[in-house]
Design a protein around this ligand. Sequence first.
Ligand SMILES: [Zn+2]
Length: 341
Amino acid sequence: MPIKFPFSRRRAGPADAWTKCPSCDQQVFNRQLERNLRVCPTCGHHFRMGIGERIELLCDEGSFVERDAGLTSVDPLQFVDQKPYPERIEAAHAKTGLSEAAVWGIGSVDGHPVALGLFDFRFMGGSMGSVVGEKVARCLETALTERIPAVIVAASGGARMQEGTLSLLQLAKTTAPLVRLDEAGVPFVSILTDPTTGGVLASFASLGDVIVAEPRALIGFAGARVASGTVGEELPEGFQTAEFLLEHGFVDLVVPRAELRATLARILRLLPVAVAGDEGLLDGTARAWGPIGALSGFAERVGGAVSETIGIDAQAGAAAGNGNGSREHLAEPPAEAGERR
Ligand SMILES: [Zn+2]
């Protein structure tokens, strides 16, 4: 029978009490990491954050109310890779306590009510299948009907492979409401965290009126090697980091986590929701503001050019429509449209 010594040396602590920082290799005490908003106190490396912590970080205390929590994935394709898709969902649920990779709801940031969507990378790499796409779309649509700004914090590897084409459809589903938000003058703030890639970046995440990123976040469409292989060129060092994208105009702000809430509150103050009904008076100029306006304006101009070559009068159709479309309006500088806010 083993003898127990009352004075045996205490163990140093559970092995998971420390986390090694991948940037500076320092061991960080987990509790210190939590206190420091999951930012390495030595080098400032931003660790990934769960949805609950993110809500605490951004929202006024107790203000966030989740919506559509009961939406769960089905397995329409009966997809099996190394294990069946439902088993992967179950494992991700057991690991994170979440029913899907995204959560959305209504909360307030410094007193500003927002429709807030959040991703958790730990749930199947934050991948966007039908449920995640639906949650993002409902978040944006509710922002429109309630006329409150939409804010989405992305962290995703992209479309969910296990749902095949259905997950690709989410790109269109999440992008379409943004055009309506844009027309209605309801702002959308996109916050990109480490990592935001693939189909999520290629849809709503890159279409914010303001795009904010966390320091050193990986942001890109395909992996660095694939991207470089596709264009057949050596790409610059760190071309998929938040800082590189800030320098090249894709990201508007890189904000350390400690300042994220205050910065978001400032953005919400500076981008008020247009008064309902005002957007009807704005004619085509409203579409020229912001990335969506620029994109749809460009699409219409390209569409116009195409219809000229195939002999269709694009302008007549636009004039008969909702008055959004004449090319003279779209060609006007966006500065003027800025007045609407
Ligand atoms: Zn570090």
